[in-house]
Design a protein around this ligand. Structure first.
Ligand SMILES: Cc1cc2nc3c(=O)[nH]c(=O)nc-3n(C[C@H](O)[C@H](O)[C@H](O)COP(=O)(O)O)c2cc1C
Length: 359
């Protein structure tokens, strides 16, 4: 089945969601886009990854342009997007502008309400896609985007409680029937139909073609998947992370509240940094400064992991370790289906399977 977003006709109804930090960059996005599936680059820590690759200090703007251009070149101008986490990317406006200037087809932005997004200049063909976990969040986004910029989302991603990574649902809601994706997305589809009929994409716990089809039959226009694509060769999760993923069991997958982003986070409980945190033996590193909260003067100076090391673990270091950026203790982020990954495959093999070719 096809998916059309802002006049871009995509032949398939699924694509890999971004995985930060550094797991889905230009190479991965280019590999997906070569199969005519949107390849989404995570901008989390992107300046650091590109600086290392190029051997010189590169800022967020240039790093985003570099990775988008790389993905476009690899895929011969296939569909390429970027993902910006609102609360986690202090220079989110810069990242968004770079994506537009580099000719990205999509900007997908969640982890907070992406009110900044339609403020980008010379938008052109780039589609703006918020990620929401509730109808209320979408209503708020639509009303502000409309009022400030006369802009409506070009599509929306509805993130359910089974999603990999940070979660917009409270821990108490994760297993409750009324918060499941099947229940939260139909009213959002209804709303989207009444406000410009933009596509509704669903995410969280979707594993195979049968799952994709089930959501399409329920009225979704497309599906975003994370964990399945974590199990592919082309992404930059470390070899150790991929091995732990293949070996993990269902009861290894836990939700934790100690992420300094203050959203619940789904991880593997054997994550070394989490284990050291529990033992009190992992003092926060706090030299990356990606996850800073505002102080009373409005400046981003406060790192919760540094201020309250007994309450929050050091996530920046944990994510860079998991992406083989450094040898720091890792945090292994996964979705609720991680235990079902039995082998690491090529992105093409996975895409063929999800298209239904090798079922
Ligand atoms: C390792 C990992 C990192 C992720 N990083 C991001 C991210 O940087 N930004 C984002 O919006 N979502 C992120 N996600 C969420 C995925 O893009 C996707 O929406 C989610 O994993 C879908 O759920 P699933 O894993 O059950 O398929 C991440 C997920 C995983 C597993």
């Amino acid at each position: 089945m096809a998916l059309t977003i802002k006049d871009k006709k995509l032949p398939h109804d699924f694509y890999p969601g971004a995985m930060g930090a550094g797991i889905t960059l230009g190479e991965f996005a280019g590999a997906a886009a070569s199969e005519n599936i949107p390849g989404i680059i995570s901008t989390a820590g992107i300046d650091r990854f590109v600086s290392r690759e190029l051997g010189k200090k590169v800022n967020t703007y240039d790093a985003v342009v570099y990775e988008v251009t790389k993905a476009k070149q690899i895929s011969n101008n296939g569909p390429v997007g970027v993902n910006i986490m609102t609360f986690l990317q202090q220079d989110r406006e810069v990242a968004a502008q770079a994506a537009v200037d580099a000719g990205a087809d999509f900007i997908i932005s969640g982890a907070g309400l992406p009110m900044y997004l339609p403020g980008v200049k010379n938008l052109g063909d780039t589609a703006l896609i918020p990620i929401v976990s509730s109808l209320k969040a979408l209503e708020l986004i639509c009303s502000k985007w409309e009022k400030w910029h006369h802009y409506r989302p070009d599509a929306v991603v509805v993130a359910g409680p089974k999603c990999g990574g940070h979660n917009g649902h409270k821990i108490s809601e994760i297993d409750s029937p009324e918060h499941q994706l099947e229940v939260i997305f139909p009213p959002i589809k209804d709303f989207a139909q009444k406000h410009g009929d933009f596509p509704v994409i669903v995410a969280g716990g979707i594993f195979d073609r049968k799952d994709i089809q089930r959501f399409i039959n329920l009225g979704a226009d497309g599906v975003q998947m994370g964990t399945r694509f974590l199990g592919t060769n082309e992404n930059k999760a470390s070899a150790k992370f991929k091995q732990v993923l293949v070996d993990c069991r269902e009861d290894d997958i836990i939700m934790v509240e100690q992420s300094p982003c203050q959203f619940p986070l789904r991880i593997l409980k054997q994550s070394p940094r989490y284990q050291s945190f529990l033992k009190g033996s992992a003092p926060p590193v706090c030299d990356k400064k990606y996850l800073l909260q505002k102080d009373k003067d409005g400046n981003s100076t406060i790192c919760l992991a540094k201020n309250m090391p007994e309450k929050y673990f050091c996530l920046c270091a944990g994510l860079l370790g998991a992406a083989e950026y450094s040898d720091e203790e890792e945090v292994f982020i996964v979705g609720s289906n991680a235990h079902r990954i039995k082998q690491i495959v090529s992105i093409k093999e996975l895409i063929d399977e999800l298209k239904g070719i090798t079922l």
